[in-house]
Ligand binder design. Structure first.
Ligand SMILES: O=P(O)(O)OC[C@H]1O[C@H](O[C@H]2O[C@H](CO)[C@@H](O)[C@H](O)[C@H]2O)[C@H](O)[C@@H](O)[C@@H]1O
Length: 251
């Protein structure tokens, strides 16, 4: 367990008292430590247990809001539970993407593949609504930057660029985590939202939070979030502390 900032701990009873409460978590970098191999990014110890407990609390909904496709998120995380699953940065909200978007994604992947093949250790990830160019394992950082720049040049105006940690995604929809969070809030009639995220695409979610909500940035970097914890271990400690606050606070 990590010692959390005192002001963050002090904010938890206020969150716990406002229900329906939506607890929305990004995955990579928040519930799972970043790894060279995306398929190795399994949840940190304690994640499955605390999410399962939170989801049983009265008036609480847990949502996983990820850049991963939903199938990949379920498979890699191994998490199961009565959660809302939002994938592909919001493009997979209530089901898979349509065939036309999939066709455009495949055409994009075919254009990007030769660029990626020309950079040792770079990797192309074909996702439901986007194609991601990963450079985490490219040791020549000049070559990594050059590849991302060339991939960026492939983006026509119909694509949405999503830069992230050692990755550039080119998405065939304009979905983002902010719009997805607004839809979740509306669906649930949530009185309060807690959002935890670590990367640039999570800034869209932090941007739509309201005064009673709480946005928590996990790790370093500029952010619109009003609170911060150091790493996934601290993020899990925060969820455990919120669960304790929920047990002692009536919704
Ligand atoms: O929105 P998230 O749940 O944070 O997903 C964002 C991307 O996560 C994955 O890539 C990132 O994590 C990998 C595993 O730690 C790491 O190898 C990679 O460098 C990171 O960019 C995933 O592969 C992407 O599809 C997600 O969009």
């Amino acid at each position: 367990m990590t010692v959390l900032p005192a002001d963050l701990v002090a904010a938890l009873p206020r969150l716990a008292a406002r229900r329906p409460l939506l607890i929305a978590c990004d995955y990579d970098g928040v519930l799972a430590r970043l790894r060279d191999d995306p398929s190795a990014a399994v949840p940190e110890p304690g994640v499955a247990e605390v999410l399962a407990r939170l989801a049983t609390r009265d008036g609480v909904t847990v949502a996983l809001v990820s850049g991963r496709g939903v199938d990949d998120l379920r498979r890699t995380s191994g998490l199961t539970g009565p959660y809302r699953w939002v994938g592909s940065h919001g493009a997979e909200f209530d089901g898979p993407i349509g065939p036309e978007a999939a066709r455009r994604r495949d055409a994009l992947a075919a254009r990007l593949a030769p660029l990626v093949d020309g950079t040792p250790a770079a990797r192309l990830e074909v996702k439901p609504a986007s194609v991601a160019v990963h450079v985490r394992q490219v040791t020549d950082r000049t070559a990594a930057a050059a590849l991302l720049a060339r991939a960026r040049e492939q983006a026509d105006p119909e694509l949405t660029l999503k830069p992230g940690k050692d990755v550039l995604e080119l998405a065939v929809t304009d979905a983002d985590k902010g719009s997805a969070l607004c839809r979740l809030r509306d669906d649930l009639g949530a009185a309060c939202v807690l959002y935890l995220g670590d990367d640039l695409t999570d800034e869209d979610a932090f941007a739509v939070l309201r005064p009673h909500d709480l946005g928590v940035k996990v790790g370093p970097g500029d952010t619109r979030a009003t609170a911060r914890v150091a790493d996934p271990t601290a993020a899990i400690s925060l969820l455990v502390a919120l669960d304790e606050a929920l047990t002692s606070t009536r919704g």
